[in-house]
Design a protein around this ligand. Structure first.
Ligand code: NDP
Length: 447
């Protein structure tokens, strides 16, 4: 339910951003938490502060022309939404997926503002991407696309202005092509302009692992509040990309067993536990499909084309693929099957109805905004290393990530307690993130 003071703000968001359902969903979820804040501190409703937070500072849309291997000219659309820079340069990934449109990027940018605030680090929020589909494209095509994309995007970036990273469809390879083009155009080796870079060209150790590891650290800390842990638990992880793979890796290190994962073609169930070396080989090296895993692994593993991964009985679920991939019915199935915790590695993977089901059932629910903040936090660590021309060991960097995730967890829990809703990490994350951004905006005047 929305507080009556917040209803007109939401109505204005709907009016200004027609057809952008995911953005509406993300805004509504935050506004639902803010009723408690303005009841306690009415000043936060003054000076159109909340209205300003809901309006991006800048939205850039551009044409991305490029040429296929067979000489055909293709046109894609590029986006960068620079949402809020009150805490630092805009920071947030780039997504290449055919489903990307302005509303997708706006929803991700909006989420990013609060997530980045929660890390306590000096980073504002932004997001970008394109409706380009990298699947089935050759390296040459990917390179030409990335170069064309960066040719336009570069004029809006800078280590003190806007610092993108990867997201769906954008990994080390794509970031490399984009960094190369930026370097060429600017004639500057400006390492701090992109994060998620390779280790030989300015990247940070643990950045590849950070989002998945961080999500597991968050859930581990939440489980500890109930005297539980990953040891011996059966876990479902959706997706099989960057976040999913390193979520699986850390769960296995902590003694849990991931028994199913997926991609957009279906899911595999492997009761012995996902063979991570095999999964990495298929997904990271060969860029194959999840069905290939079942073929390579042989008996004892099932591939279910299409279908709902969430039907598989397990103790913990970590949705790590994409938004709205887990609906109310999936949530009821998970709860019926005895799930004790759901930790979001992806951004907004659970629908609002699914979130309500988890909260009503009293299970641990860790929203992506908090649980997947380890990726961007480690990007900020990468920026620190770039600024000081330093490079930290894996152990040092992982320890910093673990501390950041512990602090995010504890801050969300503390704020949830303070606002009378113990254990409600959604409220805790939204309110804690909002307060940091709002206080800074208030201090900087009407901007
Ligand atoms: P990847 O591109 O590496 O992997 C995405 C995975 O999700 C793939 O297995 C993909 O399957 C699947 N997927 C993507 N879109 C869909 C869809 N529409 N339906 C079903 N499956 C889908 O991306 P990441 O792992 O980097 O990102 C996953 C999620 O985590 C996203 O929500 C992203 O915003 C979020 N995130 C990522 C961070 C990062 O550091 N990378 C940081 C914080 C959040 P297929 O290959 O078949 O498309």
């Amino acid at each position: 339910m929305l507080d009556e003071k917040l209803e007109p703000i939401y109505a204005e968001v709907l009016r200004r951003n027609p057809g952008e359902d995911e953005f509406h969903q993300a805004v509504r979820e935050v506004l639902e938490s803010l009723g408690a804040v303005i009841a306690k501190h009415p000043g936060y409703a003054d000076n159109a502060l909340i209205e300003r937070i809901c309006e991006p500072e800048r939205q850039i849309i551009f044409r991305v022309p490029w040429v296929t291997d067979t000489g055909e000219v293709q046109i894609n659309r590029g986006f960068r939404v620079q949402f809020n820079s009150v805490l630092g340069p805009y920071k947030g990934g780039l997504r290449f997926h055919p489903s990307v449109m302005l509303g997708t990027v706006k929803f991700l940018g909006f989420e990013q503002v609060f997530k980045n605030a929660l890390t306590g680090m000096p980073i504002g929020g932004g997001k970008g991407g394109s409706d380009f589909d990298p699947k089935g494209r050759s390296n040459g095509e990917i390179m030409r696309f990335c170069q064309s994309f960066m040719t336009e995007l570069s004029r809006h970036l800078g280590e003190h202005t806007d610092v993108p990273a990867g997201d769906i469809g954008v990994g080390r390879r794509e970031l490399g092509y984009m960094f190369g083009q930026y370097k060429r155009m600017s004639n500057r080796y400006e390492s701090g302009v992109l994060t998620g870079k390779g280790l030989t060209w300015g990247g940070s150790r643990v950045r590849t692992e950070a989002t998945g590891y961080g999500a597991v650290f968050f859930v581990e800390r939440a489980l500890a509040t109930r005297k539980q842990g990953f040891e011996g638990k059966k876990v479902l992880v959706s997706g099989s990309g960057n976040v999913a793979i390193y979520t699986i890796e850390k769960i296995h290190q902590l003694g849990g067993r991931v028994i199913a994962c997926s991609d957009s073609s279906g899911y595999v169930v492997d009761n012995a536990g996902i063979d991570l070396a095999l999964l990495k080989d298929i997904k990271e090296t060969k860029r194959g499909r999840i069905g290939d895993y079942a073929i390579a692994r042989g008996t004892g593993t099932t591939f279910v084309p299409g279908g709902r991964l969430w039907d598989v009985p397990a103790d913990i679920a970590m949705p790590s693929a994409t938004q709205n991939e887990l609906n109310g019915q999936d949530a009821r199935t998970l709860v019926k099957n005895g799930v004790i915790a759901v930790g979001e590695g992806a951004n907004m993977p659970s629908t609002p109805e699914a979130v309500r089901v988890f909260q009503d059932a009293g299970i641990i629910f860790a929203p992506g905004k908090a649980a997947n903040a380890g990726g961007v936090a480690t990007s900020a660590l990468e920026m620190q290393q770039n600024a000081s021309r330093d490079s930290w060991s894996f152990e040092v960097t992982e320890q910093k990530l673990a501390t950041i995730m512990k602090d995010i967890h504890d801050r969300c829990a503390e704020v949830a307690d303070e606002y009378g809703s113990p254990g409600n990490y959604v409220l805790g994350a939204n309110v804690a993130g909002f307060i940091r951004v709002a206080d800074a905006m208030d201090a900087l005047g009407v901007i």
